[in-house]
Design a protein around this ligand. Sequence first.
Ligand code: ACO
Length: 217
Amino acid sequence: MNLWRNSSLHPGWPTPIGPLRVAAGVIRLRPIRMRDATQWSRIRLADQPHLEPWEPTAEVDWTVRHAISSWPPVCSGLRAEARKGRMLPYVIELDGQFCGQLTIGNVTHGALRSAWIGYWVSTAVTGAGVATGALALGLDHCFGPVTLHRVEATVRPENAASRAVLAKVGFREEGLLKRYLDVDGAWRDHLLVAMTIEEIEGSVASRLVQRGLAHWS
Ligand code: ACO
């Protein structure tokens, strides 16, 4: 009875997603968990220069914010949002190892059936299709089990790597949001990109496979 009530409140959660093979190895998405603290902290601290230019400004210093002890409240906050049906916070695993995060947020059902999607990947594995594969898996999950109609993302125009990822999976640009978000210490313009279920022609991951950018694992 509880299971039914949870799944109707939040379809698609906490279902693991994948696998999909890309150049770097085999990708899976699985729900975040408390024991991700060490890996999360290690990568986020080491990759500060890679991540900080693209992430919302926070009052707390990066080092403090990414200490191992900071993960439990972050993790439980995200999981609470997931239980309320508003988010799907996933870890991106490459060959079974934590290598980034993919988050689906602001999930709205009813007549809107919409959400945003965002991601980051460790510098240790960039440039080998991980974000593209993870995003394709996440989008197929949104349009399948989560039963969404539209998924959107925002990206700084300067973020060439992320724009390449968004383009590869088929996002369409809708416009420029002026001074949209406080990122890296200032109000930054962001491009709004989106996709609706009518545009995916079956499955986003299948399209990557057809183009030779991924393989079924
Ligand atoms: N200029 C142009 N293209 C670039 C550049 C660059 N400077 N750097 C990389 N690329 C291209 C690559 O060539 C590749 O495209 P290709 O396959 O057509 O050659 C593409 O960017 C990267 O594709 P993937 O390998 O799938 O992506 P990767 O696993 O390297 O992850 C990501 C990309 C997520 C942007 C990573 O660099 C990262 O975590 N950056 C920091 C955090 C971030 O920017 N997150 C995204 C915020 S926006 C959002 O979430 C919607």
